[in-house]
Ligand binder design. Structure first.
Ligand code: ZN
Length: 132
């Protein structure tokens, strides 16, 4: 029996916002062939993840913000510690941005889901495990 996760733990583990048990994505983050595949409904509480047609389009705004943060952090740290040529700096920042695409994609959708889906935690699902 699994104890109930906090909302932040469930967010980090990419779990459903309603039951905090069911996985939102079908595969692991760095499975490059299917990192973006989202379950249609939660495997535990049957919450429909795409709340309305085009719901996840709004995740682009979160994705933009995450990418700006990655570019700023990697760019500033690289410049501060190594003072590279501008082309090397741009290459490093570009590589970091591309390497984090699965992470950015998934967590931008998670932010959209947790902030705007309207789904609230229902503790009746806390001890249920996902269906196969
Ligand atoms: Zn659920």
């Amino acid at each position: 029996m699994e104890t109930s996760k906090t909302q932040f733990q469930a967010f980090l583990a990419q779990k459903c916002p309603k039951c905090r048990q069911g996985d939102m994505f079908k595969s692991s983050t760095y499975n490059l062939l299917s990192f973006g595949a989202v379950h249609t409904n939660c495997t535990v509480c049957n919450l429909h993840f795409e709340r309305e047609p085009g719901f996840f389009t709004g995740a682009m705004y979160f994705s933009y913000g995450i990418n700006v943060a990655i570019i700023a952090i990697v760019g500033i740290c690289t410049q501060f510690f190594f003072q590279p040529d501008i082309f090397v700096l741009v290459g490093v920042v570009t590589f970091a941005t591309i390497a984090f695409i699965p992470f950015t994609f998934r967590y931008s959708r998670m932010m959209m889901m947790y902030l705007f889906s309207g789904a609230t935690f229902d503790s009746t699902f806390a001890d249920r495990s996902p269906k196969a």
